[in-house]
Write a protein that binds this ligand. Structure first.
Ligand code: S3P
Length: 173
């Protein structure tokens, strides 16, 4: 079973583009962050009370559940998922990974506008902090099966671009 996993930095649009892509394919969307919240509560509270290690364990389990399913799905994962070795391996082996590439400037402005505090960056991250994490993670994201430039695209346009790439690569028909 080859699922489609959307990976990328926080604020790259994985959940919204995931919804649009799932609709286009007629496949279900699994949003692993949302699954974690349903099972374990808000992500910032998990980080606060149980630590990042516990969160990465919950994330690994949520990704494994999604990938184990025999219903082909679009799986939107949290930004750190491919960086955690066991979760990265599950994704590599069980999904066609699409990296949603957007500029660090776009990420910075979305992270700043967002109500949701990203615990890996803290409440009001500096440009340097965002840049540093971006640079550190980029090579892992870029090692995905496909890199799709989503800069400046709305969710529907991005979903269309991904869909076209998946058809070209004969991942979907
Ligand atoms: C994280 C990204 C978040 C969430 C958690 C950790 C990360 O998801 O999984 O806060 O390490 O980049 P989004 O990428 O959906 O913001």
């Amino acid at each position: 079973m080859r699922h489609i996993a959307l990976v990328g930095f926080m604020g790259s649009g994985k959940s919204t583009i995931g919804k649009a892509l799932a609709r286009r394919l007629g496949w279900p969307l699994v949003d692993t962050d949302a699954e974690i919240v349903r099972k374990h509560g808000p992500i910032d509270e998990i980080f606060l009370h149980e630590g990042e290690h516990a969160f990465r364990g919950y994330e690994e389990a949520a990704v494994a559940r999604a990938i184990d399913s025999d219903v082909a799905s679009v799986v939107a994962v949290g930004g750190g998922a491919p960086l955690h070795a066991p979760t990265g391996r599950i994704l590599r082996e069980g999904a066609y990974r699409v990296f949603l590439s957007v500029s660090v400037e776009t990420i910075e402005s979305r992270v700043r506008k967002s109500q949701y505090v990203r615990p890996v960056l803290g409440g009001s991250p500096t440009r340097e902090q965002i840049n540093e994490l971006y640079r550190k993670r980029l090579p892992v994201y870029e090692s995905s099966d496909a890199v799709v430039d989503c800069e400046g695209l709305g969710a529907e346009e991005a979903a269309q671009r991904i869909y076209d790439r998946l058809r070209d690569a004969e991942i979907v028909s």
